[in-house]
Design a protein around this ligand. Sequence first.
Ligand SMILES: Cc1cc2nc3c(=O)[nH]c(=O)nc-3n(C[C@H](O)[C@H](O)[C@H](O)COP(=O)(O)OP(=O)(O)OC[C@H]3O[C@@H](n4cnc5c(N)ncnc54)[C@H](O)[C@@H]3O)c2cc1C
Length: 478
Amino acid sequence: MALHVWPKSDVLVAGGGPAGIIAAIAAARNGAKTLLVERYAFLGGEAATGLNIHGFHSNSEQHIVRGIPWEMIERLKQMGGAAELRFPDYQKQRMAISPSKRDIAIDREAFQYLALQMLEEAGVQVLLHAFVSDVVMEGDTLTGLVVETKSGRVMLPADRVVDATGDGDVAARAGVPFEKGRRPDEVMQPMTLMFTMGGVDLDRAVDTVGIRRALAIDPLPWQSKYMHFTLLLEQWTEELRAAFPELMGGRLIGAFTGNSFRKGIINGSTTTHIGRVDGTDAEQLSRAEVEGRKLAFRLAQFMRQHVPGFEDSYLLSTAPHIGVRETRRIIGEYQLTYEDVIETHQQEDVVALGGFWVDIHHYERGSESYVPSKGVTIKDNGAYDIPYRCLVPKGVENLLMAGRCISAAHEAQASARVMGICMGIGQAAGTALALSLRAGVSPRRMDVRLLQDTLLQQGTFLGSRFAAGEAKPPVPST
Ligand SMILES: Cc1cc2nc3c(=O)[nH]c(=O)nc-3n(C[C@H](O)[C@H](O)[C@H](O)COP(=O)(O)OP(=O)(O)OC[C@H]3O[C@@H](n4cnc5c(N)ncnc54)[C@H](O)[C@@H]3O)c2cc1C
């Protein structure tokens, strides 16, 4: 069958999650004719499943992700669609590890609405229901992507491409090498199906169950008090053992962690882990989805039957797809290391910052963290640099990576994968491609100092050495 060919884009962004949305806005605002393609009927990626957004602040509460991502949060706040949270110190003391101090709770529908609005304002064309299934190449250059749509197979020609699919689908199909999971057995972080329950009286649950929670910094009367909470389920260990026998091989559900933006409605997460599955293997992904959906339903039933405050609750919805924390980590010109992250290494070609802890969900045990050899905390609760070279995949000239599939070691990705950081990376990728096109150079040969200057002018924070106006380090040509 002949391919239907669309008009050519300057920048084509594959994947409409947190990274892809911001990449597309950044490219268009910098003058590129931009097309964003998304396999689903909606934008948002994992942000559309009801999660809070981590990573805008370091653990010392320094505001490190700014620019377009923060503009989006400010606009959401004005719409009543986001709130800033702070975790009280008492919570830190009761946990084995030190989690983030600050968080952003969002209304997922407001997030999706605003994403469409900001893309439209920037002049980005959006193509939904379009699954990127193949690439078209001339030598080491992508000439376009092939998407499967209701119209059939469509060829989308483009000068520059961002791979923001989370799984690195574009780069993998273009033949770029990648890694998966931990060393040496490639086991990846578990998947989790997010779900939403209605009719929950969390105040009543707090009266009877141990709870940890984050507090909104500027609470509004209609907001929930429990925008991030952990209900401890230890007193129902025997009942859990009976209800979830398949989870008892060390994967005991000890807590129910969730968030609640509006009173009475909660989003459940991190409890229904499915371990040892690969989200880029069709059969394994399908199997995990089936298991996740059954677990979510049964866990909601369990909560209603046993936990005070959940007597009138019900399963309102399940996420449109099982949440995948980690799959391909595309090999780029530099791989962000575990040490880079926890020791806050500075990089000459920094284009985004990260400060989130090394958040590895236990490979086998639900609701527990795995602590790798050098720990999970970032030195001095500071921020690390994400170099431009981590966005530049090996072997393909006009492609950049954005989001959780950038070039990073397993432990480094466990920090950089959170949504605030992915959004910051998205701004860097979209801006770089628009500038490289204007300059007529391959993104690999991009003037990184020009990119940094443009990002700074457009609100990005690249660390105090830039903010203070100090001389920037020389940038080597890549
Ligand atoms: C269960 C779970 C809980 C998490 N909790 C948090 C949390 O509380 N806070 C936080 O900040 N982070 C959290 N994370 C991490 C974070 O959500 C993700 O790492 C982040 O969303 C990655 O952003 P992204 O834009 O790279 O990818 P994604 O959010 O995965 O977006 C990728 C987009 O690309 C689309 N896509 C994929 N393949 C194709 C294709 N072939 N063609 C077209 N479109 C495609 C997808 O549909 C999606 O819209 C969690 C992750 C999971 C799975």
